[in-house]
Write a protein that binds this ligand. Sequence first.
Ligand SMILES: Cc1cc2nc3c(=O)[nH]c(=O)nc-3n(C[C@H](O)[C@H](O)[C@H](O)COP(=O)(O)OP(=O)(O)OC[C@H]3O[C@@H](n4cnc5c(N)ncnc54)[C@H](O)[C@@H]3O)c2cc1C
Length: 283
Amino acid sequence: MISRFTYFKPHNLNEAVQYLEKEENAFVLAGGTDLMILLRRNLINAEHILDIKALPEMDLFNFVDGAGLTIGASVVVNRVVDSEVVSAKYPALHQAAASLASFQLRNRATVVGNICNASPGADLPPALLVYDAVVNITGPQGTRQVPLNEFFTGVKRTVLQRGELVVSVQLPEPGAGDKSVYLRQARLRGHDLATVGIACRLKPDGKVAIGIGAVAPTPKRLFALEDKINERGISKETIEWAAQEIREHIHPITDVRSSAQYRLQIASVLLKRGLLSLIGKEE
Ligand SMILES: Cc1cc2nc3c(=O)[nH]c(=O)nc-3n(C[C@H](O)[C@H](O)[C@H](O)COP(=O)(O)OP(=O)(O)OC[C@H]3O[C@@H](n4cnc5c(N)ncnc54)[C@H](O)[C@@H]3O)c2cc1C
């Protein structure tokens, strides 16, 4: 049986922050696709639930030339999948969103919930990471912005402090000619977290960015590998080399979805496939 909790659905952000600060064991509810499972299985001791879906700030989903894309915390994944701006300017995010679970689930699950849940194998963080996403946080001390690559602190852990909640995630506008791709491997199609998920981006200046999930306690940008690739210059030979080198930059574990060894191999294959596709070459 689900434990008893109070439920609060404010229309004002200040009220939301005050509630979160005041109440012990208070949890934010967005789509609930992660939270409800934890509640139902009694895996968390939630005494208070704050539903953020009536907060106007959370519904923001817009692209502004020069400023980029803002995705509010109640924006569901299918809105991202349906967005022409996202598919044109942020293809890796579009592909990652379209790969998440099923249509029904994407109608509930939010982009920000996917980040805040901080699952190492979540699909959206690798894509958001390659676009240098920034997380907009509000709390009792005011607002702050945290780059997504500093947001995750461990498995299911983030920098969020008591009383804080995420209002939106923001992505700078990519330059003309920017290319990106998201590839994932899973045991089943749909309804299964990725064994490995990788986002690769080739910027107009020829530099690459790589985001990866399910190979470490948190989703990661592989900055050191990016630097080595960028020093060599992107080419088919560099990509062959990088596909081996990536093994030195990730530390997967063995779990129910995969052995560590298989994850190393899949990361290598997906990196090669992703980068080759960005330079218009085949394996
Ligand atoms: C059957 C099934 C299949 C799934 N498949 C996939 C998959 O393929 N890929 C994948 O990545 N995920 C998958 N998931 C996980 C889940 O759907 C996603 O993580 C989803 O995006 C979470 O969003 P939500 O709005 O439902 O979050 P919620 O469940 O509402 O919240 C998730 C967590 O984030 C916190 N939170 C939410 N919003 C905020 C906020 N604004 N500020 C602070 N904290 C907040 C909540 O308190 C909670 O701890 C699957 C889940 C299920 C049940």
